[in-house]
Design a protein around this ligand. Sequence first.
Ligand code: PLP
Length: 430
Amino acid sequence: MHSTKDFSGIKRFEKKVFLATPTMHGEEREFIEDAFRTNWVTTAGHNIDEIEEMTAKLIGCKYAVGLTNGTAALHMATKLAGERLYGMPKPNEGTLKGKRVFCSDITFDASVNPVAYEDGEAVFIDTERDTWNMDPQALEAAFSLYPEVRLVIMAHLYGTPGRLDELKEICRRHGALFIEDAAESMGALYKGRQTGSFGDYNAVSFNGNKIITGSGGGMFLTDSKEDAERVRKWSTQSREAAPWYEHEEIGYNYRISNVVAGIIRGQLPHLKEHIARKKEIYERYREGFKELPVSMNPYDAEVSEPNFWLSCLLIDKEAMCSTVRGERSALYISEPGKTCPTEILEAMAEFNAEGRPIWKPMHAQPIYRMNSFIMADGNGRGRSNAYIDMGKARDVSSDIFERGLCLPSDIKMTEEEQDGVIEIVKRCFG
Ligand SMILES: *Cc1c(COP(=O)(O)O)cnc(C)c1O
């Protein structure tokens, strides 16, 4: 540790304080046992039917298809959009071949990789400061640069709904389809409606650290019966109704297991309770940090109610110490009264608490460095971000990446443990 701060008197956590781990309740086991007792342990069964119905009802979409994970759901959503927009592709080509797609910039790469699976080209849209999601102004600028684009994929970061009204209005005006990546935001509301119900196609995730988990799993959501049926077919190897294995289309092995669906079935009734606990954690951090030169990940309380999946911190510009991030490592100069995400993350790790940097923006990822990135002023460019020089960011995404971090947000964290984390952060500003 390079930190010169005073951590005297702070005790190492005996039990690791995690970012976010599964919180099981017991019912999950009964539904798994159900699957075993009835021998429905593969990709069909009552648990799957139940969670599809429960999720569709909860989110407010007509149809839900259970898949192996959120990434598969996003892939199916992206492929469907491509086919609806550009027709059936050649057998050896993706549906988005040669087409640009506007995508969120700060997100997990699973949001945008499906564009590449379908041979398309992601164009990244800068972030706005009020919700840390896709900036409607930058999206508008992107349409003026690339008016031919017909697909937008946006993620609700860390469980905070983005500016759905503005984004959807822009899509409507440009005749573009809208895919919502609600992998992190299950249960979050925008104007009283669930995220994951606003897109033409939507995805949620039941990955191990999400607010509801099945150890894995995901769900594709839509109001189109025909499209839901296509996804059912594609995700079970695109078998035609013939006595043998007849294939007219490329297939995938994406269907969820009835055992995994059993875990989700036991988890789903606890969503509200998980959100309430996550919100308490967020509020306690906000209270604990109120004297520090920091802010929490913001949301617009007038129109949205996040699920508070992860609590994040943003260090004020003036309170940032000197630091540089390379592609694999980071350096900083420990300064009195100032700090940076690396110093805080290292200090937390030293005391056995797990934080995480903000998702590194997609436009700064080595795999996407040739892709365009659009800011609100209409600046579009392919950037080669060999390294990020902290404090000099011109775009909002890089600025949030440089100054922000995710805090331990595990539902099972005790108040004492959280107070310990708060104290460590405070000392970093010492
Ligand atoms: C977790 C996540 C995914 C992928 O979900 P998996 O179930 O892990 O495949 C996609 N997008 C975002 C924003 C995520 O956080």
